[in-house]
Design a protein around this ligand. Structure first.
Ligand SMILES: *[C@@H]1O[C@H](CO)[C@@H](O)[C@H](O)[C@H]1NC(C)=O
Ligand SMILES: *[C@@H]1O[C@H](CO)[C@@H](O)[C@H](O)[C@H]1NC(C)=O
Ligand SMILES: *[C@@H]1O[C@H](CO)[C@@H](O)[C@H](O)[C@H]1NC(C)=O
Length: 354
């Protein structure tokens, strides 16, 4: 098993310096698309200016510079969440807003389960209208939760080597991790949130465990270890190894049914939100590290809200989108130029794209 602490950094290797991609360019389907795009453009400009300040104040590659740059990025991601709440509050349960929340968590390298200030409407509450077809926040929470499985706990089992017991425990642990996710959405294609590589790591780890503990068992005259047969009686995972799951179904990592992990494209289910979930009033949003803003929700506009977000390809449409995109890329180029060649700016594109 690999450490979960590595997951978010592995998913987003160089994000601390980056500006988040707008997951809904043009603000299609927002109550106020132009307010949304100009908010994102301002966020991008602020990010560029913030980076300039860092380069003026601190020498490149120093700890202070890194801290300053990371703070600029965190402010950028937090501001973007505010853009949604202000101008696209009718879509806060959508895949794209949930992805925007994940950009913030992954980029700031915070842990979802221990956020000092929760992100509004993330994860999506049960039964929310116009929600993402998969509750991405719960999936991401499970992928990155350090407390679910006590990584490495199986190695130190009992007194002396017990290869089949250790393998059983590994099976329970991997099953716990994947069952918590497949019990939420077994059929969605989750590649956009980095699930594929996470899952491949889990698969590799349990296969390695099977091979190496089979070898150890063979040296003691035992037979090869089967495909996580302990999961035929998964109650043992709870009674013997204290590894429970959420939900009722245990999934066997070495014997998954066809079609799991799933292939269904993510989309938002039907429904509409016509009043901000917190009411048509101003509200204050506070997010780490020191971001506070007053959100004034835009008025409901039925025609704007009815516009589709163009499936899952997420291409920019409309003049507003073009302006926002141009400003955003100008700002990041600016940062790239002035922050020096050693700086790697990686947009979240390709990872959190819907
Ligand atoms: C993990 O998934 C379960 C559902 O299987 C959910 O109840 C739980 O809140 C999730 N955990 C996190 C940390 O998101
Ligand atoms: C384990 O699963 C593999 C396919 O993943 C299969 O080829 C193999 O026969 C199975 N082994 C046992 C002991 O069932
Ligand atoms: C999942 O979606 C991605 C694009 O988002 C695609 O490249 C990939 O082939 C899909 N995977 C499956 C198994 O359908």
């Amino acid at each position: 098993m690999f450490s979960k602490a590595l997951i978010s950094t592995a998913l987003l290797p160089s994000l601390v310096y980056s500006q988040a991609e707008n997951l809904n360019p043009g603000g299609a389907g927002c109550v106020d698309p132009s307010g949304y795009t100009s908010c994102y453009a301002t966020s991008a400009t602020n990010f560029g200016n913030c980076g300039q300040v860092c380069t003026q104040e601190y020498a490149p590659a120093t700890k202070q510079f890194e801290t300053c740059a990371a703070a600029c990025s965190a402010a950028n991601w937090a501001t973007n969440i505010g853009c949604w709440l202000q101008s696209c509050w009718n879509r806060v349960y959508s895949c794209r807003y949930q992805g925007t929340a994940m950009q913030y968590i992954a980029g700031t390298d915070l842990e979802q389960t221990t956020l000092s200030h929760p992100i509004p409407y993330y994860p999506t509450p049960d039964g929310a209208p116009a929600a993402c077809s998969c509750n991405l926040g719960l999936v991401y929470g499970n992928m990155t939760d350090q407390t679910i499985a006590d990584i490495g706990s199986c190695v130190a089992l009992g007194n002396g080597p017990d290869p089949s017991g250790t393998f059983d425990c590994d099976c329970c642990q991997t099953s716990q991790l994947i069952s918590n996710i497949f019990n939420i959405c077994p059929s969605s294609n989750l590649s956009s949130i980095g699930f594929d590589s996470w899952f491949a790591d889990q698969e590799k780890s349990i296969k390695n465990s099977q091979v190496s503990y089979s070898e150890i068992a063979a040296m003691a005259g035992g037979g090869p270890l089967g495909n996580c047969t302990i999961l035929n009686t998964p109650d043992t995972c709870v009674s013997k190894y204290k590894l429970p799951i959420e939900g009722t179904k245990w999934w066997n990592p070495l014997a998954l049914p066809a079609g799991v992990p799933g292939t269904e494209a993510l989309s938002d289910v039907a429904g509409s939100v016509t009043v901000p979930p917190w009411g048509m009033t101003k509200t204050t949003m506070v997010l780490f590290p020191a971001y506070t803003t007053v959100i004034t929700p835009a008025a409901y506009n039925e025609k704007n809200a009815a516009a589709t977000t163009g499936g899952v390809s997420g291409t920019a449409t409309g003049a507003g989108a073009a302006v926002a995109t141009t400003k955003a890329s100008t700002a990041s180029e600016l940062v790239l130029r002035s922050w020096g060649a050693s700086l790697i700016v990686v947009a979240v594109s390709g990872l959190l794209c819907f």
